[in-house]
Design a protein around this ligand. Structure first.
Ligand code: ATP
Length: 267
């Protein structure tokens, strides 16, 4: 992770500004965002509602083209969606009339990647996620946590290098969320993925991330960046929360959030 600055970052945003334009107004969602995510890093974006977290993920995914600034993956400009980047959302978007396996294979079909080899890889992922026994079931028969695991398998089956995760745990009960955090963390590490997680849960951001960016809003800007020490970032999220220094980091991020939230209210 300590690469020379000349090495292209896995993801780089340089002076990114984005305006949403409508017939009557131009709204600046984010302004002058600079960030670098190295290969294999896991970074988290936190900040008050409306600070532009989802906008930044959409820009990284190539779904939105920024009004100004550069967006690079491996040093190459992002000009649209690519199979190199996987996107996972709070909602799982599974089709209830298709089996779990067929939902996963559909992801491969859409990307034009349906080969015997990739099907076998998808089944291997279903096995890793302890879903192989339910592969012929309908998503309707699964719990919320299982459905999110299927959504993750569908994303990983296309073998993206980069995973963009937009509040993937927020619709789950607390226990399921903690288990899924651990599973996703270990899976992404094992497969050496680069990840960007958007979350409102500060504890989750510290437990999962190598670094946490705290954004302010109106317009969205990076307010600060917190580096998570190795003994916390290398522990699985559940254990990370019990490591020395975790509470201090939580207070630090909490205080930063208060600053940006007060600023947004005009205090
Ligand atoms: N398509 C759009 N058209 C106009 N404004 C938009 C559009 N999408 C987002 N916005 C505005 O841009 C700002 C940033 O939105 P965004 O969804 O990126 O924030 P967020 O930090 O992800 O919010 P939340 O935490 O509530 O999900 C908000 O003020 C939002 O209302």
């Amino acid at each position: 992770m300590n690469q020379a600055p000349s090495t292209p970052a896995k993801i780089e945003l340089g002076h990114v500004t984005h305006l949403y334009l409508s017939a009557t107004r131009a709204f600046m969602a984010v302004r002058d965002i600079n960030l670098r995510v190295e290969e294999g890093e896991f970074i988290c974006l936190v900040g008050p509602s409306g600070c532009g977290k989802t906008t930044l993920l959409s820009i990284m995914a190539g779904l939105e083209r920024p009004t100004a600034g550069k967006v690079l993956i491996d040093g190459n400009p992002v000009s649209g969606t690519s199979r190199q980047v996987g996107y996972m959302l709070q909602q799982d978007y599974l089709f209830n009339w298709r089996s779990i396996e067929d939902n996963v294979f559909l992801g491969l079909d859409i990307q034009g990647l349906r080969t015997k080899e990739n099907e076998a890889y998808a089944l291997h992922l279903l096995e890793e996620m302890e879903l192989i026994d339910v592969r012929k079931s309908s998503p309707m028969q699964l719990s919320g946590g299982m459905r999110q695991r299927v959504a993750l398998v569908r994303t990983l089956a296309c073998q993206p290098d980069v995973l963009l995760l937009d509040e993937p745990f927020s619709a789950l009960d607390y226990q399921t969320k903690l288990k899924l955090e651990d599973l996703i963390f270990t899976t992404l590490r094992r497969h050496k993925k680069t990840a960007v997680l958007v979350t409102h849960d500060l504890s989750e951001s510290i437990a999962m991330g190598d670094r946490v960016y705290i954004l302010s809003r109106n317009p969205g800007r990076i307010n600060s960046e917190v580096h998570i020490p190795a003994h916390i970032r290398n522990a699985i999220p559940f254990d990370a929360r019990n490591q020395d220094g975790f509470q201090d980091l939580f207070h630090r991020v909490w205080k930063e959030m208060e600053v940006v939230s007060d600023a947004a209210k005009g205090h």
